[in-house]
Design a protein around this ligand. Structure first.
Ligand code: IP8
Length: 261
């Protein structure tokens, strides 16, 4: 099983409001289709971030920190609606490219406690894979037993699914060629051993991002490979032609940044 996250920074213009990069979405969908044709046995779960759709609304209502008032609950519903609008564009592009994409709504599947996912329905994702479909998940809102409601990022949804789906790879396709050092060069490999050295180079996010930028993502990815020894993570660019396809075909030598134990 391969998990592929299409970063919000890749498929949207994160500095705008609900600005989708339609050409990128269309091309990446074609690359996924080509990779599947080359390897029909590929069991792929696609996820996508919020970019300029979910994050803008979520920041306005502070949804990640909890949901209590009538206004905040309205915001909760608006965040979800924004994510569904983006999800529709992504799934339509995949279907148009010939990929049997099936959107599965994380907010109908996951429950949280103090911002952490405590349960998620993995069975429908597995059933979709068994049926030869490509399940598509996304960063979404979620009900929370402590703080009412919150935001769950794509990575958090994927991490919650990892126990049952045991992916060999998590591919994160973004707008940068990998994790960059202070000189702007791609760091080929990050492990717990060199994390402290590269930490000063990791920044936040270029646009609005309620779930944290690169620092928090890399940190949680290191925790994930620690918890899932058979998992490797690769951060690649989706802006360059053919990289996503290459990463799906031969993830072990696809360039970018490898995050492993
Ligand atoms: O872009 C969060 O997902 P992410 C999406 O994967 C929302 O962090 C709803 C803001």
């Amino acid at each position: 099983v391969i998990f592929l996250k299409l970063g919000g920074s890749l498929i949207t213009d994160k500095t705008g409001v609900e600005a989708v990069r339609q050409n990128v979405v269309r091309r990446v969908a074609m690359e996924i289709a080509t990779a599947r044709q080359a390897n029909p046995g590929l069991r792929l779960v696609v996820g996508h971030g919020g970019g300029s759709f979910g994050h803008v609304v979520a920041a306005k209502f502070g949804t990640r920190q909890g949901v209590e008032t009538v206004e905040q609950w309205h915001g909760f519903a608006e965040v979800h609606a924004a994510m569904v609008r983006l999800n529709r564009l992504v799934t339509e592009a995949l279907l148009a490219a010939g990929v049997p994409a099936l959107s599965l709504q994380p907010s109908a599947s996951a429950l949280c406690e103090n911002g952490r996912i405590t349960q998620i329905a993995a069975a429908p994702v597995l059933a979709a894979l068994d049926a030869g479909l490509v399940p598509v998940i996304y960063g979404d809102v979620a009900f929370d037993s402590e703080i009412g409601g919150t935001i769950i990022s794509t990575e958090e949804v994927m991490m919650a699914l990892a126990d049952e789906l045991q992916p060999a790879w998590l591919l994160l396709a973004g707008e940068v060629p990998g994790v960059l050092d202070l000189q702007g060069e791609v760091i080929p490999k990050i492990t717990a051993v060199n994390f402290d050295d590269i930490k000063p180079a990791l920044g936040g996010s270029r646009g609005t991002d309620v779930t944290g930028g690169m620092t928090s993502k890399v940190k949680s990815m290191l925790a994930l490979v620690d918890a899932q020894p058979s998992l490797s993570i690769r951060i690649v660019t989706g802006l360059e032609n053919g990289i996503v396809q290459a990463a799906l075909t031969a993830p072990e030598n696809a360039g970018g940044t490898l995050i492993s134990r």
